[in-house]
Design a protein around this ligand. Structure first.
Ligand code: MZP
Length: 506
């Protein structure tokens, strides 16, 4: 006979936090929101961590290049979706990695014998106003000078004139030589009141550019998630079908972490993938596993000793109909509480701490806070990011309001059969597990995160917590009655307009 769990399957909305002592010395701007991504062992206490506890979902409508850049600048990480060819996923990872804060490979260059018209076209295409002039027009050619939009007037000068007649020649350009530190390069820009500093090799070829605007930008984003080479960090999703080809290509592209994108990670297929990747790439690569919703699922992945973090959640995603279609899944709060309890016991037994990611179904800021209080180290979100300017879809106006398309990986549109068809012989989706929808456009990644993280820190103050580990340890949680949920809203007052939140149901 089937085994019945005693617990009811519960969601985040059914719980509240009880305040603890807020200390006089606490400061909201000193709260640490960093979270580990790699498992922590006595031998390796420091691994990869993120500066805010937020990653974006492995989804076509969510984690593209612009979103990955915007989120890494805020301190989080994107998982570039794998429901695309290996080549295009690799190109996306490369683009994020090329967005190097500091030394940038010049993306638009020109030859001295090109006409001004060509410079103009290049400026329009690339959006750059400073173009290096090299002997062969490449980013590695012999450096001859710079041409900027101040060096000629589009409607006054003859656009058939040559670049060489208008450019600032090398003899008059302030430049640095390869090996110079970023600090020294910024000092040169500052001292000489310049916006752009070319960096040349010892033999005079163009090596990189350093921009004043990047320095300013970096000061504005102190939590930026950077690798040792000062490049933005980015993650990528993988599946259990083509990891033998996909993982090597992603590693070559410089990916910082990979994670299995699977609706159910409690499978021998995922274990085979973990074994193969570890055998070939050793313990350093950060690998996420999942998704699971039980202690049993956690144990299966954790006890292999191969996985870094584990994602929790089946059927809770805003676009997900898995529970309706297959009767599989679990309320996200119940799933998380059981897995976290097992993770903590596993830590007691082995000294190995495995970070947990709560994936999907977070429909407002309160639920993000609750997931972290219940023991998730970080959260993965789709809808939240699909609603931002930087998500990879185009905005559409419907009845005067701006929306963005948002569809699940289990839709016919996404055709992500690899996520759902473990062990199936057919390479197609037989039925859908997701829906194709629209979500309101709410603003930029930085704007929405600013509010969310401020609310999170504010709750952490209520609990007297200085960091997320303390927050988990100090959280006292109560389950609420239906009447308490009603009481939590406004009572007996008329509301005109709506609260600014990303939750439409508020
Ligand atoms: P949400 O943040 O939009 O609520 O949920 C995003 C999560 O839903 C993803 O990270 C993934 O785990 C899951 N997902 C993605 N596609 C589907 C689907 O089509 C899905 N069913 O459930």
């Amino acid at each position: 006979m089937a085994r019945m769990l005693e617990d009811t399957s519960r969601t985040f909305a059914e719980y509240l936090l009880i305040p603890r002592l807020t200390r006089r010395d606490q400061r909201i701007d000193q709260i640490d929101l960093s979270a580990p991504l790699s498992r922590i062992t006595p031998e390796k206490p420091l691994g990869l961590s993120i500066n805010i506890p937020v990653v974006s979902a492995c989804m076509q409508a969510v984690s593209g290049t612009d979103l990955a850049i915007a989120l890494a600048r805020q301190g989080g990480l994107s998982m570039i979706f794998c429901s695309q060819s290996i080549e295009s996923q690799v190109a996306m990872v490369q683009k994020v990695k090329a967005h190097k804060a500091g030394f940038v490979t010049s993306g638009a260059n020109i030859k001295p014998d090109a006409p001004l018209q060509a410079v103009l076209s290049l400026m329009n295409e690339s959006g750059h106003s400073t173009i290096p002039v090299t002997d062969d027009g490449t980013s590695e050619g012999m450096f001859l000078g710079l041409i900027t939009d101040q060096d000629f007037w589009e409607f006054e000068d003859d656009l058939t004139n040559l670049v060489s007649e208008h450019m600032t020649p090398k003899s008059e350009v302030i430049f640095g030589t390869e090996g110079i530190s970023l600090r020294e390069a910024n000092r040169l820009l500052h001292k000489n009141k310049k916006d752009c500093l070319p960096i040349l090799t010892q033999t005079g070829e163009l090596a990189a550019l350093v921009f004043k605007k990047d320095y300013v930008d970096h000061q504005k984003h102190p939590l930026e998630l950077l690798d040792d080479g000062k490049r933005l960090r980015v993650g990528a999703a993988i599946n259990t079908h083509d990891y033998r080809e996909r993982v090597p290509a992603l590693i070559d592209a410089g990916v910082d972490a990979v994670c299995f994108d699977s609706s159910d990670g409690f499978t021998e297929f995922q274990m085979d993938g973990l074994v193969w990747i570890r055998d070939h790439y050793g313990p350093e690569l950060v690998i996420g596993g999942g998704n699971v919703v039980s202690a049993e699922g956690f144990d299966y992945l954790a006890s292999s000793g191969l996985v870094d973090f584990i994602k929790v959640g089946i059927g809770g995603g805003s676009i997900c109909i898995t529970r309706e279609q297959k009767g599989v899944g679990r309320g996200q709060a119940s799933a998380l509480l059981e897995v976290v309890a097992r993770r903590d016991a596993y830590f007691e037994e082995t000294g190995i701490y495995i970070p947990i990611c709560s994936d999907g179904g977070l429909s407002n800021d309160t639920q993000i806070v609750m997931a972290l209080a219940m023991g998730a180290d970080f959260v993965m979100m789709g809808r939240y990011f699909a609603m931002t300017e930087e998500s990879p879809t185009s905005k559409v106006s419907i009845n005067g309001q701006m929306y963005k398309p948002y569809w699940g990986e289990g839709t016919a549109r996404a055709q992500n059969w690899q996520r759902y068809s473990e062990g199936m012989s057919s390479r197609k989706m037989v039925f859908e597990e997701g829906v194709d929808a629209f979500v309101p456009l709410v603003g930029s990644v930085s704007e929405v995160l600013e509010t969310t993280l401020h609310k999170l820190k504010s709750t952490m103050m209520n609990l007297g917590s200085d960091d997320l580990a303390q927050f988990r340890d100090q959280a006292v949680i109560t389950q609420v009655s239906e009447q308490s949920i009603v009481e939590a809203g406004t009572a007996n007052v008329f509301k005109f307009g709506r609260n600014r939140d990303f939750d439409e149901s508020d």
